[in-house]
Design a binder for this molecule. Structure first.
Ligand SMILES: C[S@@+](CC[C@H](N)C(=O)[O-])C[C@H]1O[C@@H](n2cnc3c(N)ncnc32)[C@H](O)[C@@H]1O
Length: 308
């Protein structure tokens, strides 16, 4: 059990952990800003909103990281202006470098999700990916999302770990840990040089994840903030088991020694299984058993004037 930390300590750990992670984050998570990344992000937006999305003129991303969602949505033309906020200045520096490389304009703003430095009603869309589970006071953050949205505005968050899915993910992780020596031998991959846990980065990893959600908890947080049409769905099951198995195996090896062919197999295999989850399992099984939860909702009010 991680020691109980104050909200301030959790925010500080998140800032430091993500500042350190920023330079290798895209490589570690296989983040893509080309055709593949755009297709992945658009598929998630469609699933979260339950249909083909409209264009949003003014978008605010919470915990934007290196820009996975906002930059892909900008290049897909789904959002007009992108304000990208994050508690980690290091992440925002990488995001700005990624945007410059892609020739995209963004407004990058350091911000804690619980205290957004934006005026009421400034945005048509507030979005995020894999960020809610890092936020200590979720009701306060949802109240902020509602405040900065224009009437009839949309919130959409994806990639949030579900409590049950998180427990299920321990199975492939344990299995992979047991198989790792045989895997390294078979692929002739040298073991990792660092002792597990000796990296300060890894020590922080245990304290930055503060929630794994039951679908009803996300729903209640949105409703308590006055949001309407709340929709919580689940995605990725088999793809995540595959992903966690491979990531756990790779973490035991010297990264430079992992063969290119293995990396391709892990990456392509993940994409194939994502598609299998989408076609066969999502929509048929209850949201709670999937690894990732997504939520969308709207602020009360008529059609937002700035939506086109
Ligand atoms: C798991 S990363 C996801 C990054 C990006 N959204 C993506 O999908 O690649 C979580 C991000 O949330 C940010 N974060 C953590 N706590 C936060 C908070 N309280 N307010 C705003 N951002 C926060 C981190 O700095 C980090 O960039």
């Amino acid at each position: 059990m991680p020691p109980a930390l104050s909200a301030e300590q959790i925010r500080d750990a998140n800032t430091r952990y993500h500042d350190v992670a920023a330079s290798h984050y895209d490589h570690k998570w296989g983040i893509d800003f080309g055709e593949v990344g755009r297709a992945q992000v658009l598929a998630k937006v469609r699933k979260a909103l339950g249909g083909e999305p409209q264009r949003f003129d003014r978008a605010l991303e919470i915990g934007a990281g290196t820009g996975y969602f906002s930059l892909n949505l900008l290049s897909a033309g789904l959002i007009g202006e992108a304000t990208c906020s994050d508690i980690s200045p290091g992440m925002l520096r990488t995001l700005e470098a990624n945007a410059a490389q892609l020739g995209l304009e963004v407004n990058a703003q350091p911000a804690d999700a619980e205290r957004l430095p934006f005026a009421d009603g400034s945005f048509d869309l507030v979005l995020g990916h894999a960020v809610l589970h890092h936020i200590p006071d979720l009701p306060r953050a949802f109240a902020e999302f509602e405040r900065v949205l224009a009437p009839g505005g949309t919130i959409m968050f994806a990639g949030e770990p579900s409590r049950y899915g998180d427990r299920l993910a321990h199975v492939p992780k344990r299995l992979a840990t047991a198989l790792a020596p045989a895997w390294r031998l078979a692929l002739r991959v040298p073991g990792a040089r660092d002792e597990a846990g000796s990296d300060p980065d890894e020590a922080l990893e245990r304290v930055v994840d503060v929630h794994a959600f039951a679908p009803g908890e996300l729903q209640s947080a949105a409703k308590a903030a006055g949001l309407r049409d709340v929709r919580v769905t689940g995605e990725e099951l088999v793809a995540n088991w595959f992903g966690w198995t491979n990531r756990t195996l790779e973490a035991t090896a010297d990264a430079a020694g992992v063969p290119w062919a293995w990396r391709q197999y892990a990456y392509r295999g993940y994409l194939v299984l994502q598609e299998l989850d989408r076609r066969l399992l999502e929509g048929r099984l209850p949201a709670a058993i999937f690894y990732n939860l997504m939520i969308s909702a709207r602020t009360p009010g008529g059609e937002s004037a700035s939506r086109s």
